[in-house]
Design a protein around this ligand. Structure first.
Ligand SMILES: Nc1ncnc2c1ncn2[C@@H]1O[C@H](COP(=O)(O)OP(=O)(O)O)[C@@H](O)[C@H]1O
Ligand SMILES: [Mg+2]
Length: 333
């Protein structure tokens, strides 16, 4: 199990010792940090390995070798590849419905796999509600614009509500118990715990056949733990590491990753320079898509893409939150 047969060679992606230079001792060290497969290692950063007491040189080498093995076996893209191959990979890309057609349209068909979608907005704008809805829709068959997989929900704010999942499922005519069984939940208590959980994620994605990973929120622990300007650079570095790792996971496993990022009032900064740290908080740069959400008139919600490689700038969509989770407005604007 776990080997992927290709024309050239067969690789056991779970056998770390298939990498030259890794013996039993190193394997045990890696395992202590949740790195138990070539896939995990390919998604790791040399810095993480160094924290385990592995020399800088070896750390670089092991990570590189893991990636090379995956590239050779066709599991991972080569660093430089013809555009036709990029196109091929993008064909495997899947899209997940948010529950709102207009929001899906704005996203070019839904939340993409192989990418990180970052939901940004103030408290109460609906980020967590969108995440709950996606955990339900992810389990739908492809012809209903789901991903036919389970969802992993990483909660840092203690706002995950199974009762709400039940309600959304029921309102959509889906069996609540089965939908709840398809959501794997993890509570994380601080930023180190979050880091550790994300490090071990690869294993759980495989085990539970997950197609969606939610991190709600990616930033709260960092914000609470890093106070004062002197530590911002380190916070940003750690956050970027996490996002980078999540992106690798999204690509390697062809899953959708959705993270939330709570901000305080001052939407101007998003429509001005979204990357500019302001008011003491900083935004990570590594997300593929960043969606800014705010409450609008009559309790509707407005979503706007603020940073995307190819969506039209300032594309926007209105939606609402109901017992079904995310839904279109009855009368389209
Ligand atoms: N069952 C529901 N029916 C309708 N609206 C709901 C329901 N549950 C939550 N909401 C709406 O969602 C809001 C909370 O959104 P939430 O996703 O928790 O915000 P955020 O995560 O962005 O802080 C509530 O204020 C309410 O307007
Ligand atoms: Mg929330």
């Amino acid at each position: 199990m776990g080997s992927k047969k290709t024309a050239e060679k067969e690789v056991d992606i779970f056998d770390l010792q298939s990498i030259e230079g890794i013996g039993k001792a190193t394997e045990e060290k890696l395992a202590s940090a949740g790195i138990t497969s070539v896939l995990d290692l390919a998604a790791a950063t040399p810095r993480e390995l160094m924290e385990l007491g592995i020399s800088a040189e070896k750390a670089e080498e092991f990570c590189l070798k893991a990636r090379l093995i995956l590239m050779e076996s066709g599991f991972l893209d080569k660093e430089f590849i013809p555009a036709s191959e990029v196109m091929e990979r993008r064909k495997a890309l899947q899209r997940l419905t948010t529950g709102s057609q207009s929001l899906d349209n704005m996203l070019g068909g839904g939340v993409e796999t192989q990418a990180i979608t970052e939901l940004i907005g103030e408290f109460g704008c609906g980020k967590t509600q969108i995440c709950h809805t996606l955990c339900v829709t992810a389990q739908l068959p492809a012809d209903e614009r789901g991903l036919e997989g389970t969802a992993i929900y990483i909660d840092t704010e203690a706002t995950f509500r199974p009762e709400r999942i039940s309600q959304i499922a029921e309102a959509r005519g889906l069996p609540p118990k089965k939908i709840l069984d398809g959501i794997i939940f993890a509570n994380v208590y601080n930023s180190s715990h979050l880091q550790l959980t994300i490090k071990e994620l690869g294993r759980y994605i495989e085990k539970f056949k997950a197609k969606l990973v939610v991190v709600d929120s990616i930033i709260s622990h960092f914000r609470a733990e890093y106070v004062g300007r002197g530590t911002l650079a380190e916070r940003q570095q750690r956050l970027n590491d996490l996002l980078h790792r999540l992106l690798r996971m999204a690509q390697v496993h062809n899953i959708a990753v959705v993270v939330t990022n709570q901000v305080q009032a001052n939407p101007d900064q998003f429509f001005g320079d979204p990357n500019k740290p302001s008011g003491g908080h900083i935004l990570a740069h590594s997300s593929t898509y960043r969606i800014y959400i705010r409450r609008s008139a009559n309790n509707t919600r407005l979503a706007r893409i603020i940073d995307s490689p190819y969506h039209p700038a300032n594309a926007e969509a209105y939606f609402k939150i109901t017992e079904k989770g995310v839904e279109d407005l009855q009368e389209e604007k």
